[in-house]
Design a protein around this ligand. Structure first.
Ligand SMILES: NC(=O)c1ccc[n+]([C@@H]2O[C@H](COP(=O)([O-])OP(=O)(O)OC[C@H]3O[C@@H](n4cnc5c(N)ncnc54)[C@H](O)[C@@H]3O)[C@@H](O)[C@H]2O)c1
Length: 329
């Protein structure tokens, strides 16, 4: 049994709390939130959980093994640091910090105290994303050419982070996961602030990886449609991951093939002489056995603490994500 506390229960926190309460081996002892309204909300739903506004109570309680942090980004570093210093394992919502430097400070304390630091990159625990990764690793798509990711909505407009830092941690973490965490060659971005000065509402980010792999990320909270779509184009086949569709993964047997041309000497050996042929084949919609990603994520967090399993979204993965966002910023 792991005794946990959760800090922050605003928009996203209730999803974490619902899953923590539902998983047998977690005992949720405290919920800390600055807002009296949010404490009342939690108290009415889960009367057995102690609610308070003082993090110190959690830090001083030796029975608390781990802390789940779901507060705004600007508060993550200080809260995470205090928890690690108090000997608690932490699961921090994305983005864990705004700089790699801050993350390295957390890494130092965590290593010294033998503690798990995990980031809530939820999509790495999503069955469709895992299916897509297996598809890429099996070679079915061939060599990956480019990935195009769109995460669009009208709202929720934030004032503490821009659309890049709010949405793109998801896209970057998925792309890094799919490609086995490569080091990008370049990161560029164009963004624009229309609603609030200095806070980009829409951002286009482009990442170039080795082997001519490109990734394009388009995020916005100023768009008429809700879109959560990632297109992966390979040399053999193409796949689309649509998180809000009934069929989350679609595999297209489409592509452009080079056909050898019969040479003068009745051979096919001249690589410079070929014909392009468009392949427009079958569409395959695999059945994905979907389990709520947060449930998988929280079970993995427990596994990392209890069995010392390597964390899929630990500091190394988080460093790449934060460094890509930082270099784009
Ligand atoms: N994984 C996902 O899909 C996902 C989705 C949405 C948000 N998030 C992340 O979750 C985190 C929270 O986002 P949100 O949208 O729920 O924000 P929010 O502003 O709606 O909620 C934050 C809550 O934390 C409380 N709070 C703020 N500072 C505090 C402090 N110092 N101590 C205690 N409580 C404090 C607030 O009162 C509020 O109830 C962010 O990191 C965000 O990026 C993740």
């Amino acid at each position: 049994m792991l005794t946990v506390a959760q800090i922050g229960c605003g928009y996203w926190g209730p999803n974490l709390l619902r899953n923590l309460v539902a998983i047998d081996n977690y005992e949720v002892k405290y919920l800390v939130d600055n807002s009296a309204d949010r404490r009342k909300f939690v108290n009415q739903l889960y009367p057995a959980i102690k609610v308070c506004d003082d993090l110190k109570i959690v830090l001083e309680d030796k029975s608390v093994d781990a802390v789940v942090i779901a507060t705004p980004v600007a508060t993550h570093f200080d809260i995470a640091m205090a928890c690690l210093k108090a000997g608690k394992h932490i699961l921090v919502e994305k983005p864990i910090t705004r700089t790699v430097k801050e993350l390295e400070v957390l890494e130092g304390i965590a290593k010294k105290n033998g503690l798990v630091v995990m980031v809530g990159h939820t999509f790495i625990y999503n069955a469709a994303v895992r299916y897509l990764k297996e598809l890429i690793q099996s070679g079915e798509l061939g060599d990956i050419r480019y990935i195009d990711s769109q995460r669009l909505n009208l709202g929720r407009v934030r004032n503490d982070v821009d659309a890049l830092w709010n949405f793109a941690p998801h896209d970057v973490s998925i792309i890094q996961f799919l490609l086995n965490d490569p080091e990008p060659l370049s990161v560029t971005k164009t963004g624009m602030d229309y609603i609030q000065e200095g806070i980009n509402d829409v951002v286009f980010m482009n990442i170039v990886y080795p082997n001519k792999i490109m990734a394009n990320i388009h995020v916005s909270w100023l768009d008429p449609r809700k879109v959560r779509r990632m297109v992966v184009v390979g040399s053999k086949k193409m796949a689309v991951y649509d998180d809000i569709s009934e069929y989350k993964i679609a595999i297209y047997d489409k592509g452009v093939d080079r056909l050898a041309v019969l040479g003068d000497n009745m051979d096919f050996d001249n690589p410079n002489v070929f014909k392009l042929s468009l392949r427009n084949g079958d569409l395959y919609l695999p059945k994905i056995n979907f389990v709520e990603p947060l449930k998988v994520e929280l079970s993995h967090f427990m596994d990392c603490i209890e069995n010392k399993t390597e964390c899929l979204t630990g500091i190394e993965h988080a460093k790449k994500v934060v460094s890509i966002l930082e270099s784009a910023s």
